[in-house]
Design a binder for this molecule. Structure first.
Ligand SMILES: [Zn+2]
Length: 308
């Protein structure tokens, strides 16, 4: 397996501290190749892509996790998506010159939205004001304000790569990942809480010594050994990350049906065809008058059946 475009989960000291590591190259470069992004946006998209993998991997769900920053600065939108099987795609919209602008100048007054769209069941969305000087800081604030889970996130980009490390204290007292109670003889509840807080402080302090150079150039095991060699670390098997756009002709057709026949007919009258381009991957989907008529003839009970 290659050393990039993977993510790996790990546990520390069996005591409810979990982590995620990821390092991207080909998947990140594929995202960047779709549009002519300024350097500043390339970096932000890389860090957000890494973040989407770190976050989606900590959640048990089937579906899509998206992170969106909507701003009023030079950048209007940063949007990344990651599926439960680690396929990613991303898009940015901006206007004007991004050169020399800080993170805050780029995004201005902005909101950060994290949305989980499960394959089945209800969509969950958390929205907070974008608060911080880096993507990582903003996400940490998100967790502080909405999830109440102690979370440390470090994100880096450079040399065509992007990656990150996430550390999170699991809820509950002495719970393992599976939620089993761990009985610590001779310790009161308060003492256990204090021990957990101390452990978090120590391990998060070790993790904070991670440098961009280390994360972007070393494999997961080497990074974890450098940071936590005095802790007991359990590392899980690496999982692959790849670029994949979920758009399709059928999905585009569904979206066109929502727009409605009248609107589509007026586009057809003007241009002779309806031309839809996927913002994430640049794929073109062209619907001529017959295609559009078929949309409304096929499954729609109110379809105009005159073409049959
Ligand atoms: Zn697409």
């Amino acid at each position: 397996m290659s050393e990039t475009d993977i993510c790996q989960r790990f546990l520390i000291n069996d005591r409810g501290l979990r982590g995620q590591w990821t390092l991207l190259e080909a998947s990140y470069q594929t995202v960047l190749a779709k549009h002519d992004y300024p350097l500043e946006i390339q970096g932000l998209l890389g860090e957000l892509l890494a973040a989407s993998i770190l976050l989606s991997a900590t959640l048990k769900f089937e579906g899509t996790l998206s992170i969106q920053a909507r701003g009023e600065g030079t950048i209007n939108l940063l949007s990344v998506e990651c599926t439960h099987d680690h396929t990613v795609r991303a898009i940015a919209r901006w206007q004007g010159d991004t050169r020399g602008q800080s993170f805050r100048e780029l995004l201005g007054k902005a909101i950060l939205a994290i949305t989980i769209t499960p394959s089945q069941g209800e969509r969950y969305q958390g929205i907070v004001p974008l608060d911080g000087d880096t993507v990582a800081q903003c996400l940490e604030h998100y967790f502080q304000s909405s999830e109440q889970l102690k979370t440390q996130i470090q994100l880096f980009h450079g040399n065509n790569r992007a990656g990150g490390l996430l550390l999170q204290a699991l809820p509950g007292t002495g719970g393992s990942l599976e939620g089993a109670e761990q009985v610590l003889h001779g310790q009161s509840y308060e003492e256990q809480q204090e021990a957990r807080a101390e452990e978090w402080h120590r391990v998060a302090g070790l993790a904070a010594t991670l440098s961009a150079e280390e994360l972007l150039n070393l494999d997961c095991n080497t990074v974890l050994y450098r940071l936590f060699h005095e802790e007991k670390v359990q590392v899980f098997a690496p999982e692959m990350v790849r670029f994949h756009c979920t758009c399709s002709r059928q999905r585009t057709a569904n979206a066109l049906e929502q727009i409605g026949r009248e609107e589509l007919d007026s586009i057809l009258a003007e241009r002779g065809k309806v031309d839809v381009t996927c913002q994430f991957c640049n794929e073109h989907y062209v619907f001529d008058p017959v295609d559009v008529a078929m949309l409304f003839a096929a499954g729609n009970p109110q379809a105009d059946s005159s073409i049959n």
